[in-house]
Ligand binder design. Structure first.
Ligand SMILES: [Zn+2]
Length: 240
């Protein structure tokens, strides 16, 4: 099924992802494109990424601090309006009231019209590997926070008492999906996606060239479907 093309939205965007480098890999092209077009693009990362190392002597607190710095640097490259990182440990993300509260709060704070996340129904990628539990969970959290959470005054009414207003999310863009219905042209933004990812130095044991090659292959392959140089694929849900 292909999504009908509509007028592009111009309002604020919130990316909701599990780990500090997920947004760049999954949707760095479109986030950069929207920021360059003048949309306010915010990012909320739900875990601190403190297990992202194969070195048994790596201090996890130090790694979390390093990854927070890398994430700020990457956000600058993408042109993001803000980035926040949660305190949940890497691989311990659960779809709890507390986590949903933090996402609903951020949707309401930035007045997000569009939420970008990963498709929580993606478990297997062909027979090559399977999706990280935090990725699946972060996708479900993003869905549950977007609807019925953020637009309904009976969800977290204490936020409204603090001055926030309910916020309807108009569309959800889910990356890392096996069921894409939309191919987004990111020509001119692929280099920015890679440059942002390159800021996550702690995760680049194999070098940025490795990512540049496989992400490039994906982006060129997606681009061929709509006759452009580079693209990213999503399952887009129009909720409005
Ligand atoms: Zn991840």
């Amino acid at each position: 099924m292909t999504r009908e093309s509509k007028e592009p939205r111009t309002g604020p965007v919130l990316g909701v992802f599990a780990h500090p480098d997920d947004a760049e890999i999954c949707a760095g092209g479109v986030l950069s494109k929207w920021a360059a077009a003048g949309r306010e693009v915010h990012l909320l990362i739900l875990t601190n990424g403190d297990r992202g190392s194969q070195d048994p002597s790596q201090d996890r607190g130090e790694l979390a601090a390093t990854r927070a710095r890398e994430t700020q640097d990457a956000a600058e490259v993408l042109g993001l309006a803000s980035v926040r990182i949660g305190s949940v440990s890497d691989s311990e993300l659960e779809n709890t009231e507390e986590v949903r509260e933090s996402v609903v709060r951020r949707i309401r704070e930035v007045r997000a019209e569009t939420v970008v996340a990963c498709d929580p129904t993606t478990v297997f990628f062909e027979n090559r590997y399977y999706n990280h539990s935090d990725h699946r969970t972060s996708g479900f959290v993003a869905l549950d926070a977007s609807y019925p959470g953020s637009g309904n005054p009976h969800f977290f009414p204490e936020q409204l008492a603090q001055g926030l207003e309910t916020q309807d999310v108009f569309d959800l863009w889910l990356g890392w999906t096996n069921d894409p219905n939309h191919v987004e042209d990111i020509s001119g933004h692929f280099a920015t996606k890679v440059a942002a990812l390159a800021k996550h130095d702690s995760q680049l044991a194999e070098g940025i060239r490795f990512f540049e090659e496989f992400l490039g292959k994906d982006a060129v392959g997606a681009g061929e479907k709509i006759g452009v140089e580079h693209a990213e694929e999503f399952r887009v849900l129009d909720l409005s």
